[in-house]
Design a protein around this ligand. Structure first.
Ligand SMILES: Cc1cc2nc3c(=O)[nH]c(=O)nc-3n(C[C@H](O)[C@H](O)[C@H](O)COP(=O)(O)OP(=O)(O)OC[C@H]3O[C@@H](n4cnc5c(N)ncnc54)[C@H](O)[C@@H]3O)c2cc1C
Ligand code: SF4
Length: 464
């Protein structure tokens, strides 16, 4: 064994997986996990932990994997994370824990994400269930949204003895984990649902099909429904568009709609009736994780797929692993290219997309080099479907139906980072609803902060 290298992880063959929706990465088996764990130096002042937003005791759980004590490893992780099988699959470990791992200085870092995934999968397969609190403290908290922020906040509060109800607008809980990230990266029935069940086993109730701001308001929850505090984890689900001519044509989707049809409404399965314009030649505009997911979904539905991105390879915001997988599967990258118009046929359907070549100028406010159009370089791509993946912002429904809840100019709720406290008494918030579109683990960290903030608020109120 070469200690400088990660134990390789098994994956589905790119040619095979490009035609199915089964999980790409197959994970470690026990022997591989123990071998990989033995690469960890069990550092005293572990840099990896500092890179983890929820501060999992990484050396402690990896040590337990090394010695084959998998339940003990699961218990270490459960102290900090309610969604380890999810995080082990979708967290950007390369820029967090693994990005700081001491092993990474001379060789490859310890494969912390894959080990976390192994432990979580082992726990699920072996029936490990987190401990439920013995009794409740009689206080009721409402959580809006069942994504990673809401689930984490609810789980932490339940462990402290609160009676927690999550209100979810959709008919299934999970937020982006369910409707956004595709099955081939994050299996729903096998991985997401069991982790949500674990949160429910802590005593958390989940009411679906309840839209806060329409079915009931936050003021009503606090004044009439007997809740002592509210946490808003409603995410950032409102898609952005470019504002170019032709964007209203049939065959133009937001990535959110496209992925929701496929993931939540199961359009990819023959036994479901959900319509989806699969397209023969699809352009996905954007370069983030969401763009990669939309592109790889369209590919699996049978299309030739181009990613159209206005900057270069180095600026692609998606995880390196996602770009690598997309390329392996046959997605074509049209970099330094920007759409200027969607061309529409007489029946109102997309028949092509006019684009312009770009070059990189000076760095802009984001620190990345600004893309500048090259005059006279316009050309047409022959496509019948366009998926816009340009980012999302929070839906203004909650803020517009709540007097006294401050939002910033991007319509994000203003909340304190350490506690989630908002401008409205008894109301806390976190996750994408506060930061704008970010990551699962940052939403979980914000859920934790919200739980701490609410616990302190209700303890202080009780003592007065
Ligand atoms: C396609 C895609 C791929 C991604 N890939 C990754 C990845 O690989 N790694 C990563 O770390 N991050 C990824 N992300 C980002 C990550 O999923 C989000 O940052 C994270 O889910 C945010 O969590 P949240 O709990 O704040 O919100 P969400 O997950 O958006 O959950 C919010 C929930 O609130 C509900 N809700 C909204 N309004 C109301 C209302 N008025 N009443 C009741 N309920 C309401 C919504 O229906 C939703 O279920 C991806 C995002 C997308 C869209
Ligand atoms: S920094 Fe790397 S080697 Fe050190 S404890 Fe963390 S995972 Fe192990």
């Amino acid at each position: 064994m070469d200690v400088l290298k990660k134990v390789p992880v098994r994956e589905q063959d790119p040619k095979v997986r490009a035609t199915n929706f089964e999980e790409v990465c197959l994970g470690y088996n026990q022997k591989e996990a123990m071998e990989e764990a033995s690469r960890c130096l069990n550092c005293k002042n572990a840099r990896c932990v500092k890179g983890c937003p929820v501060a999992i005791d990484i050396p402690a759980f990896v040590e337990k994997v090394k010695t084959g004590e998998f339940e003990a490893a699961a218990k270490v992780i459960a102290r900090s994370s309610a969604l380890p099988a999810v995080c082990g699959r979708v967290c950007p470990q390369e820029s967090q824990c693994e990005g700081r791992c001491i092993r990474g200085i001379k060789g490859e870092p310890v494969s912390i994400g894959k080990l976390e995934r192994f432990v979580a999968d082992w726990s699920r397969e072996n029936g490990f269930v987190p401990d439920r609190p013995e009794k409740t403290n009689g206080k009721k908290v409402a959580v809006i949204g069942s994504g990673p922020a809401g689930l984490t906040c609810a789980g932490d509060l339940a462990k402290l003895g609160y009676e927690v109800t999550i209100f979810e607008a959709l008919h299934e809980p999970g937020g982006v984990l369910l409707y956004g990230i595709p099955e081939f990266r994050l299996p729903k029935e096998g991985v997401v649902m069991p982790e949500i069940e674990n949160v429910k086993k802590l005593g958390v109730k989940i009411e679906t099909n309840v839209i806060i701001g329409k079915s009931v308001t936050i003021d009503e929850l606090l004044d009439e429904e007997g809740f002592d505090a509210v946490f808003i984890g409603s995410g950032a689900g409102l898609p952005m568009f470019m504002g170019i001519p032709g964007e209203n044509a049939n065959g133009v989707f937001s990535a959110n709609e496209y992925l929701t049809r496929s993931n939540l409404m199961k359009a990819f399965r023959d036994d479901y009736d959900t319509p989806i314009a699969a397209g023969k030649k699809v352009a996905v505009v954007g370069g983030g994780n969401v763009a990669m997911d939309a592109a790889r979904t369209a590919l699996r539905l049978g299309a030739d797929v181009h990613i159209v991105y206005r900057r270069s390879e180095a600026e692609l915001p998606a995880r390196v692993e996602e770009v690598h997988h997309a390329r392996e599967e046959g997605i074509i990258f049209d970099l330094l290219t920007n759409p200027t118009e969607i061309l529409v046929d007489d029946n109102g359907w997309v028949k092509g997309m006019r684009c312009i070549r770009m070059e990189l100028g000076e760095p802009d406010a984001s620190g990345r080099r600004r893309p500048v159009p090259i005059e006279g370089s316009e050309f047409v791509i022959d496509v019948d479907t366009v998926i816009m993946s340009l980012g999302t912002s929070p839906n203004p429904l909650i803020s517009s139906t709540n007097k006294g809840l401050k939002v910033n100019r991007r319509k994000c709720i203003v909340a304190e980072g350490m506690t989630g406290k908002t401008s409205k008494k008894g109301v806390y918030a976190g996750g994408d609803a506060v930061t704008g579109a970010a990551t699962v683990i940052l939403a979980m960290e914000a859920g934790r902060a919200g739980a701490r903030g609410i616990d302190k608020y209700l303890t202080d109120t009780n003592e007065k």
